[in-house]
Design a protein around this ligand. Structure first.
Ligand code: PMM
Length: 287
């Protein structure tokens, strides 16, 4: 018997692991930087992601790649809001990827239905109250500080235990701040203050994280450095560029779906949409 799929109140149920397509409206995101910087192109890309099987589209205006500096609020709003409006106008389920309460608030007013905060509410003290007031689902990601120096914080004794404990504490803070627990999604934050070994250990422990935290799990492995390391093979070999990591991403999507993830967050949707459907068919066939 399979346990029932976890759900986030306020969002549709897909009956399988969902697929969140990514649009980075940034000149410098590590994997697709600069490609969707123009509003029209970004909206068109979001519609293409939905046509390829995305259940929802995550729109972000600030790069969080290691070493990235913050963009200012006005610039983030200028990047994100027109794309949110354009996609919502086309009937797309939109999530906003931001660490700023003001951006979350304006994006929700423009029709975004989920707030995805890589800092899990820690970067901006107004985030939790704003999301609580808006009554939308909230992604709490494991985070140890801003991207500019996060690699220095990739220090763990037992990465699975520490990420679980720190995520639980961020989850508790969100709930204490008024966000209904039924609306909280958790995310181990692959690549954020983590090296390749840490990321792999977390992917290997998704069932454990799911059981320990008891909330829907979002898994965002797409094109990340740990996949580059795996694909590079021999130590010292150069990893393939980010855009050549989509098949590896789909492999993680299949594993995550098998292990009960609520959704995967990916740049290239088609392969992951297939992967989560195959995972569901296999789960249904299991006796
Ligand atoms: N990673 C990135 C951006 N947003 N959101 C969540 N919830 N989890 C993540 O791991 C995550 C995220 C960075 O990757 P990108 O620049 O390719 O979008």
């Amino acid at each position: 018997m399979h346990r029932p799929l976890r759900t986030a109140h306020g969002l549709p149920e897909w009956g399988r692991c969902g697929v969140m397509g990514v649009i980075n409206v940034t000149p410098d995101s590590f994997s697709d930087g600069g490609r969707w910087f123009d509003t029209t192109a970004a909206v068109k890309h979001g519609l293409d992601l939905v046509a390829e099987g995305a259940d929802l589209v995550d729109v972000g205006g600030e790069s969080t790649r290691p070493g990235a500096l913050r963009v200012d609020e006005e610039e983030e709003l200028r990047r994100v809001l027109p794309v949110v409006r354009g996609l919502v106008g086309e009937g797309v389920l939109v999530s906003v990827d931001t660490m700023r309460a003001s951006v979350a608030e304006r994006a929700v007013a423009a029709g975004a239905r989920l707030v995805n905060d890589v800092s899990g509410g820690r970067a901006d003290p107004d985030m939790v109250p704003v999301v609580a007031e808006a009554g939308v689902p909230f992604v709490v990601m494991h985070w140890r500080g801003q991207s500019v120096d996060m690699n220095d914080r990739a220090v763990y004794g037992d990465v699975v235990r520490e990420v679980t404990d720190e995520l639980r504490s961020a989850l508790d803070q969100a709930v204490a701040g008024g966000i209904a627990i039924e609306r909280v999604v958790v995310d181990p934050g692959l690549g954020f203050a983590k090296n390749a070994e840490h990321d792999l250990a977390l992917v290997a422990a998704l069932r454990e994280l799911d059981a320990a935290l008891g909330r829907p799990l979002l898994v965002a492995a797409s094109r990340k450095r740990f996949l580059g390391r795996v694909l590079a093979g021999e130590p010292g070999s150069a990893p393939p560029p980010a855009r050549e990591r989509d098949a590896a991403t789909a492999a993680v999507s299949a594993l995550a779906a098998r292990d009960g993830a609520w959704a995967v967050r990916v740049h290239e949707v088609r392969a992951s949409a297939d992967a989560v459907r195959v995972a569901r068919a296999v789960a249904e066939a299991a006796r």
